[in-house]
Design a protein around this ligand. Structure first.
Ligand code: 4FN
Length: 459
């Protein structure tokens, strides 16, 4: 990702971010960060960039010319996403951070004095964003706040633990209290449960603490959390058919775009995938108007939703059977040479797996969601989780088939899911009997309804 900051104090940005994880990602060339001094672009021979405001009033304003020329030098005049940090902007949120993390290039514009001449803003700014309600001396700190929040979501910036971030309910709740050594400090003891070694009990305690804190300090967040939990509970009445939506919500990936009775749209922004159910054909038609324009895939397990979408120009990519693993016990993994894949494994995987792009495979591997089987260090197969959470990306080299390696790979993947408290589930193309048998052998249950994957539409 390329980040440019237009500012009167470039050293503030560069020195402020250099020692952080973001600075390290810049060194590793995962990010590029350029701070451009607006003053370098003024045509004024004294280096002046500000002037009095028309109509009078206290203070000075940054002039249009140097801001515009600095912006043009950075973008070449292309319509690059340009964010002006301003108290008038829309409040910056984690949701926005996630959305911006998907961009290739971002420009941040930082104001000083009383602000910037309106005319240049009209020509270059695409987004007006604020980080909160207080008076500041400039937009640099807000830009750094946004850069920190956005950049850490870029795959590779935090190392291999990125995917850990959006696990479970963490996005909706405040943190539970945490303790480190020593066990007693100022006569205060670490809560007993945390020393018990009972992970189920610890998780339960942490969740209760998180809920209690959120209710007390952020009733607004708590209300959203409660609504979502309510929806998950409702979906759980038909878990086999609804597991894809339940997992998406409980992992904090899915946003509820619409929910009213049976009419439901869950949007996984990162996967650009909507999961949709409707009461009947008519409401399906109405719901489809609410699908965001950036939607690449729509998943539904209702035949009439599929038909409505097809009539609207969506293409049916495939009909799948949904399988889920409801047991809590991990599975035996017979084949021993299996490990997490690394970036250097990308070329092999993408040469063997033609259903997805190399870019997608790389992202999946960097998220820590792909596992490979090896024979004396040589790659012979792999399995993984798709962005929206289903198991798949399964492949075993010709000469190694029918030896239980696919079974071991899947079992390995199931175990990793269980460790992260996910319910393993997957979509098998209808008619792929080999894969269906494998799911059943591993103890997966088949949902009664097919899952339809549709692509295209408005996009
Ligand atoms: N601030 C307020 C009202 C009027 C002015 C300000 C103010 C820096 C250039 C803008 C401030 C806060 C959050 C940018 C504040 C932000 C800024 C931000 C910011 C110098 C002009 C200024 C009612 C919000 C208190 C100065 C309220 N997020 N003006 O601070 O840039 O991004």
């Amino acid at each position: 990702m390329k980040l440019h900051v237009l500012t009167l104090f470039p050293e503030m940005i560069l020195q402020g971010l250099a020692p952080s994880i973001i600075g390290r990602a810049v060194e590793k060339n995962i990010l590029s960060l350029e701070a451009v001094n607006i003053r370098d672009y003024t045509l004024n021979k004294h280096g002046k960039v500000d002037d009095y405001t028309y109509g009078g009033g206290a203070g000075m304003l940054m002039q249009a010319q140097p801001v515009f020329d600095a912006w043009k030098a950075v973008t070449g005049g292309k319509r690059v996403r340009t964010i002006y940090l301003t108290p008038q902007g829309i409040p910056f949120t984690q949701k926005m951070a996630k959305e911006l993390a998907g961009e290739e290039e971002l420009v941040f514009l930082c104001g000083h004095y009383e602000g910037i001449d309106e005319r240049v803003l009209e020509e270059v700014v695409t987004d007006y964003v604020s980080i909160g309600d207080y008076v500041l001396t400039g937009g640099e700190l807000p830009a750094m706040v946004m850069i920190d929040a956005v950049a850490r979501l870029v795959p590779g910036v935090l190392g291999n633990e990125t995917s850990a971030e959006d696990e479970s309910f963490h996005n909706d709740l405040l943190e539970y209290p945490q303790y480190s050594r020593p066990e007693v400090w100022h006569e205060k003891k670490v809560p007993e449960v945390l020393l018990s070694g009972n992970h189920a009990k610890i998780s339960k305690w942490r969740l209760e603490q998180s809920e209690a804190r959120t209710l007390k300090f952020r009733p607004d967040l708590y209300e959203k959390y409660r609504e979502k939990q309510h929806l998950i509970k409702r979906l759980s009445k038909d878990k086999r058919n609804n597991i894809h939506m339940m997992e998406s919500l409980s992992r904090g990936r899915g946003e509820v775009l619409y929910s009213e009775g049976e009419n439901l749209i869950i949007f996984d922004r990162e996967a650009a995938t909507c999961m949709m159910t409707a009461e009947n054909e008519e409401t399906a038609r109405k719901l489809s108007e609410k699908l965001p324009p950036e939607t690449k895939w729509v998943i539904s397990n209702q035949n009439f939703v599929k038909e409505v979408l097809e009539s609207l120009g969506y293409g049916l990519w495939g009909s799948c059977s949904q399988y889920l693993y409801t047991a809590k016990e991990s599975l035996p993994v017979r084949y021993k040479e299996i490990r997490s894949l690394k970036t250097e494994d990308v070329p092999y995987v993408s040469s063997r797996y033609e259903h997805d792009t190399e870019e997608y495979i790389r992202e999946r591997i960097q998220a820590g969601d792909m596992y490979g089987a090896f024979d004396h260090g040589r790659q012979i197969g792999f399995v993984g989780l798709h962005t929206e959470g289903s198991m798949g990306l399964l492949y075993v080299e010709e000469g190694y088939r029918r030896q239980g390696i696919a079974e071991s790979l899947e079992a390995y993947c199931v175990n990793r899911c269980l460790e992260k408290s996910r319910t393993p589930y997957g979509h098998v193309m209808e008619g792929n009997t080999a894969s269906e048998h494998l799911q059943e052998k591993l103890g997966f249950y088949k949902a009664s309804r097919s899952v339809y994957w549709l692509s295209g539409g408005k996009g």
